[in-house]
Design a binder for this molecule. Sequence first.
Ligand code: G3P
Length: 217
Amino acid sequence: MEIFIDSADVAELRQTSATGLVDGVTTNPSLIAKSGRKMRDAIAEICSIIDGPVSAEAVATDVEGMLAEGRFLAAIASNVVVKLPLTEAGLMACRTLSGEGVPVNVTLCFSAVQALLAAKAGATFISPFIGRLDDAGLDGMELIREIRAVYDNYGFTTRILAASVRTTNHVKDAAIAGADCATIPAKVFQALYKHVLTDQGLEAFLKDWRSTGQSIL
Ligand code: G3P
């Protein structure tokens, strides 16, 4: 499963991408607002840090506006993916941009039938929001399983990008459910390395090693 970082914080993105384990980035209007940067500048810098897909979200709500913003965003760098909301206008704009060769990430997906429509509209990525479904008392991971089944039934190549990920268990369960990618906050990425038994085991090994008085080199 590919790992994307859900952030517009360039310092955080430089740090996480230095591991060589980050495959892409997603942003949204809230993350751009939090960064305090101009959209164009932030996306250009992020695209210079990360080779993989970088999602930049349009904010227009009509088809023409989405097309204009989408084309502007796509021109910033060759790895920009235009992010559009799962609305009728969003899917119409998705069809047109995808036809022009611009990859589209359809966001704010909360049902398998929405994901079916996004695939039919030519989306490169579909972003089901796991955490927000869980917050609403529903089962976010069930949506990933349903979309996987629907896409596999019909051979859709739209990639399932698990979004609104809050925990390491979300990452594990999304991988088991067959999500193609997960976009995660940097703090969840850092937590993926962690296990209490790894820390305890390493401490014990190093203690025993010190008792030998040896050095390897
Ligand atoms: O970028 C979309 C998504 O990952 C947002 O997550 O935590 O705001 O629900 P969250």
